[in-house]
Design a protein around this ligand. Structure first.
Ligand SMILES: Cc1ncc(C[n+]2csc(CCOP(=O)(O)OP(=O)(O)O)c2C)c(N)n1
Ligand SMILES: [Mg+2]
Length: 1005
């Protein structure tokens, strides 16, 4: 049966052009196959076929203008009621959703584990303690007889009733200051505690020794002892029992180690036989190979570290998006769901960073039950207490619970259990609740007698409670984060949790075991030198089997290969699949697409105008037709798809949404309707550049973390790029990310009408600071195409560890054909675009990039036709790449004074050409100035130094003096200065173009 295919609703446009026809008569096509590509002045979008069939008739050709309802083609098809099918709301996920919700409630109940012995605390606020007791007894009875689920249900009912009765309910963000998991519900560790204790002691010792040794070599070397000392148990329990390594059968858990706890990881790797004593001796001495990097830096230890975490705050947010990206890969069918987990270690002080907590609501919204945070609450940062006047654990509990996380507090160690059990009056819990962190810290610095007096001494009941304990017994009352049993129970519960991320908030002591030299004192963080007495104390405290002499020599301790400790340690890791951390990649390269995918961009667009952003989006659309590249593309957009003309992607490849789409979108009738789907490809991040960049990093390192090469393309306002997320970009370089960053709406004068905080005139300078970032500022669509294809080839086919930053603009203009043989120059950074040789009298070398190259081209014409000044016009696609080449060649020449001077690429381009260089860009002058040292020609740069402001492009270019008129006038002036022409022409031009000599320099305006 013949069916018509017409243009669907295309939104705001009356008439759009057909730029591609993708079918021909006789073709057999499938539902959703693209029929034609339409292009408005802002974006291009494919029209998919609403059904399958054979093409009977084609009713349009390239260049036709069409509108909603225009007939495109006729198909011989069996399907009839197409629209009905298209419009059907996507309710497939609703049922699944209900099941998940139900499960979640059950899990929450399990994990919150309602206390069996809810004790009644006597309080002055309690008007009727007997009544209170009755209520609590009733609750206990329900828990015992009907289970926690029923008790939760009743409580929720009572609370709802209270709300409707207008009661002001107490703040329930936090729970009492005790462990979340009651002692009787703790799952016991199967490990041999005696051996684990010994292993932990050796690791502690070696970690501290490594830092002390390095500082004996030079106090410049730095390092930290106190942090790992506080976290050793938290790491050890994970290493011995939970963290599964990557191997041929399993993808591996991903662990984000707290940056400055690195010595602890090295110390363990030493016991495991992965690092040698020689390497430990070279901690923080990295210049000559064989040293160990100060912190987790994959760039410096590419087979060991996976995640750069020492710039605080980046680790937590990157890990959240890593967990989300893992689910994305699973939901898109690219990765097996093996129940892998992502563990993130962060300091309590680190939670001050907005990045640390900034994305926790996303983690809960996305139900990231593959994510486990461990916050090491040693109550101290660098200078002093994290929350001296409050309680960081309670504050964090409130934040994470409020965001929807499963919160497990590990506050008190097992020695407290009998005391808490004996606390019938509830006074101990009351004291625990009221005591602030400043006091808790002081107690661990000052010893058992102090704790007796200050903590227990406040209430007679508590004094009595500990009356039979010695000061030493009191001192031994341990914190949860140092108790392997409590930590094991929490990790075990975290592994079981479903439907939400888990945070384990563990209380520890900073500098644990360091005694007077650093335990719980404000200067602990900086402590990297221990004297002999300190070292002997540390050895005794943990029973490390070293003689005094060995301690004085700061020897490491490594048990024999056949010792029970070494055998145990290795056996544990064997059971867990191998060693951690370890970085590797088994990802297969992606074959770069054939050249013809880019062919259309090499031709002139004739009169047709478009922006480089449009060209790029069209390129991506084409790439989605390449079977190798298409599934691996990850378009990442921070709520700006419409700004960049990318809304066509919504329907075409879908927006990733783990719950699918539970609503019929308002624009469901339209071609570019908002389509969320579980297998969606676009990451629509919302307004979070930090989040979007974290997603990009996750995708850009999937080749190592998931053994699958992905091609992330993150497109953003260039002004909200490097200067906003610069630290992430630096970390991306460290992590050896591969992918594209697209700085759109780029150029200080090209993004008109937005103003000072939007207009980017320096992102390329920032990009140039990252050694493995390759950056370009192309003008024409063929340049964009050549660069993009080479990026695909270098990064994803050849697996070079670089990433690309390309600026794209929103100015529409026509694009010429690619000049013969320009490819090499485009990639190296400059090529000859055009020559004016009309009169041959005087010549200049005119350089430009981005949209401003077009001003230079226009100026060249005026100079030649009106002033007899000819030019060679260079399109400089990358001043940054030219500078890299220039620096390297210059260094080579300096190192080889006897050899013939080698020429930089710039010199080779310019050696046979006359006249001074005039370079002009839409960026600050220092952008083009970068190449000044690498040519002996006079060099004049024009640029957009200063704050931007909103106006028309024309006015802005005049203001920043980068329009064709200024280029002409300044060129003539430069030539006069060089005594190549008289000064009259220059003066006349300045007058002619009404250039105000009194106007202040733009940086002062
Ligand atoms: C972004 C950033 N700012 C500052 C630092 C310097 N710094 C390193 S550790 C530290 C204190 C860390 O305190 P906390 O997070 O509580 O960790 P702890 O050592 O107590 O476990 C600071 C300020 C850094 N590494 N990164
Ligand atoms: Mg801390």
């Amino acid at each position: 049966m013949a069916q018509n295919i017409s243009v669907p609703d295309i939104g705001d446009f009356d008439s759009v052009e057909i730029i591609e026809v993708l079918i021909k008569v006789g073709d057999q096509i499938n539902e959703h196959d693209p029929i034609v590509t339409l292009e408005s002045d802002k974006s291009s979008v494919e029209v998919p076929s609403p059904f399958s069939g054979t093409v009977l008739e084609l009713n349009v050709k390239v260049g036709d203008k069409v509108a909603k309802g225009s007939l495109l083609a006729k198909l011989d098809s069996n399907q009839s009621d197409v629209n009905k099918k298209e419009k059907k709301p996507n309710n497939e996920n609703l049922a699944e959703e209900k099941i998940i919700e139900k499960k979640e409630i059950e899990n929450t109940n399990l994990n919150k584990i309602i206390k069996k012995n809810i004790t009644q605390s006597s309080s002055v606020d309690d008007l009727d303690p007997v009544e209170t007791h009755e209520w609590i007894e009733s609750l206990n009875a329900v828990i015992e007889n009907d289970g926690p689920s029923r008790a939760s249900y009743l409580l929720n009912k009572v609370i709802s009733k209270a709300y409707t009765a207008g009661l002001v309910l107490p703040d329930t963000r936090t729970t009492p200051y005790i462990n979340t998991i009651p002692t009787e519900l703790e799952v016991k560790s199967p490990g041999d505690q005696n051996i684990e204790k010994k292993i932990r002691a050796y690791i502690r010792w070696n970690a501290a020794a490594m830092v002390v040794k390095a500082n004996k070599i030079s106090s410049e070397l730095g390092g930290h002892i106190g942090t790992f000392a506080s976290a050793a148990t938290l790491y050890d329990v994970g290493m011995n029992h939970f963290w599964r390594a990557k191997n041929k059968d399993f993808g591996g858990d991903l662990i984000y180690f707290q940056g400055h706890s690195a010595p602890g990881m090295y110390a363990r790797a030493f016991l495991e036989g992965r690092l040698t004593e020689e390497q430990l001796n070279r901690f923080r001495q990295e210049v000559n190979s064989g040293g160990l990097s100060s912190y987790p830096h994959p760039w410096l230890m590419p087979k060991f570290w996976q995640f750069p975490t020492v710039s605080m705050g980046l680790g937590p947010i990157m890990a959240i998006y890593q967990a989300r990206f893992m689910k994305y890969l699973i939901n898109r069918g690219l990765l097996k769901d093996e129940g892998r987990k992502i563990w993130v270690f962060i300091g309590d002080g680190e939670t001050d960073e907005p990045e640390s907590l900034g994305a926790i609501s996303l983690a809960a919204r996305e139900k990231l039950d593959n994510l486990i945070f461990v916050v090491n609450c040693n109550l101290q940062r660098l200078d002093g207490p994290v929350r001296g006047n409050g309680k960081i654990i309670q504050e964090l509990e409130g934040s994470f619970r409020g965001a929807g996380w499963n919160v497990l507090k590990v506050i008190w160690g097992s020695y407290w259990d009998p005391l808490l059990k004996a606390d019938k009056s509830g006074m101990l819990m009351k004291r625990m609740n009221e005591c602030v962190d400043g006091e808790y810290q002081a107690m661990k610095a000052k010893g058992g007698a102090y704790v007796r007096e200050k903590f227990f001494g406040k209430y007679p009941e508590l004094k009595e409670l500990v009356s039979s304990m010695t000061d030493n017994d009191i001192w031994k009352l341990n914190r949860g984060g140092h108790d392997p049993h409590k930590v094991y129970a929490a990790y075990h519960a975290a592994m079981q949790n479903q439907g939400a991320p888990t945070v384990i908030i563990a209380k520890t002591v900073k500098g644990y075991g360091m005694g007077k030299s650093g335990e719980s004192i404000n200067t602990t963080h900086q402590q990297k030198k221990l004297d002999e007495q300190d070292l002997l104390y540390y050895r005794d405290r943990f029973n490390v089997p070293l003689t005094d002499e060995q301690v004085k020599n700061i020897e490491y301790y490594k048990p024999a290969e056949n010792s029970e400790e070494t055998k145990y340690l290795k056996e544990r890791r064997k059971q867990l699949g191998g060693f951690i951390p370890e970085r590797s990649s088994l990802a297969a390269p992606i074959k770069a697409p054939p050249k013809d995918i880019f062919e259309s961009f090499m031709k002139s667009t004739g009169d047709k105008e478009m922006s480089t952003t449009m060209a790029l989006v069209r390129m991506l659309t084409n790439l989605l037709r390449d079977k190798n590249v298409a599934p691996r593309l990850v378009p990442i957009i921070p709520d700006e798809a419409r700004t960049f003309g990318m809304e066509g992607f919504f329907r075409k490849i879908g927006i990733y949404a783990h719950e699918g789409q539970k609503y019929e979108p308002e624009d469901s009738e339209q071609l570019s309707s908002y389509k969320e789907t579980k297998s969606g490809q676009v990451l629509e991040e919302g307004i979070t550049e930090a989040g979007a960049m974290s997603s990009w990093i996750a995708a850009a390192t999937a080749y190592t973390n998931h053994d699958i090469e992905m091609i992330p393309v993150y497109i953003f306002y260039s002004m909200f790029g490097f200067q906003r997320i610069g630290d992430f970009a630096w970390a991306a370089g460290d992590a050896q990310a591969r992918g594209f960053l697209i700085g759109a709406t780029a150029g200080r004068t090209t993004l008109a009408g937005e103003g000072l905080q939007h207009q980017d005139g320096h992102s390329h300078i920032l990009a140039s600071m990252i050694p493995n970032c390759v950056s370009y500022d192309p003008t024409f669509s063929y340049e964009m195409a050549v660069i993009f294809r080479e990026g695909l080839r270098r990064m994803h086919e050849k697996n070079e560890n670089v990433f690309y930053y390309i600026t794209a603009m929103n100015e529409n203009y026509s694009h010429p054909e690619k000049p013969e043989g320009a490819d090499e120059g485009i990639l190296k950074g400059m090529y000859l675009f055009k020559e004016y040789n009309n009169k041959g009298r005087i010549k200049i070398q005119l350089m430009g990039s981005g949209t401003i190259l077009r001003e230079a081209i226009a100026a060249a014409k005026i100079l030649s036709e009106e002033y007899g000044v000819d030019s060679d016009i260079w399109s400089v696609t990358s001043f940054n790449e030219l500078r890299k080449d220039g620096m390297e060649i210059e260094r080579k020449n300096l190192l080889n004074p006897k050899n013939k001077k080698e020429k930089s690429y710039i010199e080779k381009c310019l050696e046979k050409r006359d006249g001074p260089v005039i370079a002009v860009t839409d960026y600050v002058r220092s952008f083009s100035d970068q190449i000044r040292p690498y040519t002996d020609k006079s060099f004049y740069s024009l640029g957009t130094d200063g704050f931007g402001r909103s106006d028309t492009r024309k006015n802005l270019r005049k203001f920043f003096e980068v329009d064709k008129e200024h280029i002409v006038a300044y060129t003539l002036s430069a030539l006069a200065k060089e005594q190549l022409i008289g000064s009259d022409d220059a003066e006349k031009a300045l007058k002619k173009y009404k250039i105000d000599k009194k106007k202040a320099f733009p940086t002062k305006l």
